[in-house]
Design a protein around this ligand. Structure first.
Ligand code: HEC
Length: 105
């Protein structure tokens, strides 16, 4: 009986390890344009918050604000925007041209 329990616990642990491994798998990285339109563009360019494109904003500042939030802007975790995605996004925001269709506060 004891052995069965131990075996059961072992299987449960193995299952958890497998699930953890799956979570840790590298997800396909979204392009900066995809992240911007799916996440940032919900507010930026839509009269919620300032326009951030076409201003040459320093990538370090963008990365910091995305991870920590700023006033009305929420923070985004690495599970929501991966480190690689954020790095590419911040560089893209700096270099991207202003979109005349976007409106800011
Ligand atoms: C829920 C709405 C919302 C979302 C989503 C959002 N932001 Fe913001 N963001 C804001 C607001 C509001 C501000 C102005 C904050 C303040 O008043 O200081 C802001 C400020 C910023 C600033 C500072 C701009 C400046 O002029 O100094 C940057 C950079 C920025 N956001 C980048 C991003 C990026 C990149 C994303 C996508 C990952 C994003 N934000 C998603 C609402 C949002």
């Amino acid at each position: 009986m004891k052995q069965v329990l131990i075996l059961g616990a072992g299987l449960a642990l193995a299952g958890t390890a497998q699930a953890a491994q799956k979570l840790g798998e590298v997800q396909p990285q979204r392009s900066p344009e995809q992240v911007y339109s799916a996440v940032c563009g919900y507010c930026h360019g839509q009269n919620v918050g300032p326009v951030i494109r076409g201003r040459g904003l320093p990538p370090e500042a963008t990365e910091f604000i995305v991870r920590h939030g700023q006033n009305a802007m929420p923070a985004f975790r690495p599970t929501e925007i991966s480190p690689g995605e954020l790095k590419a996004l911040a560089q893209w925001v700096e270099k991207s041209a202003a979109d005349p269709k976007e409106k800011g506060q």
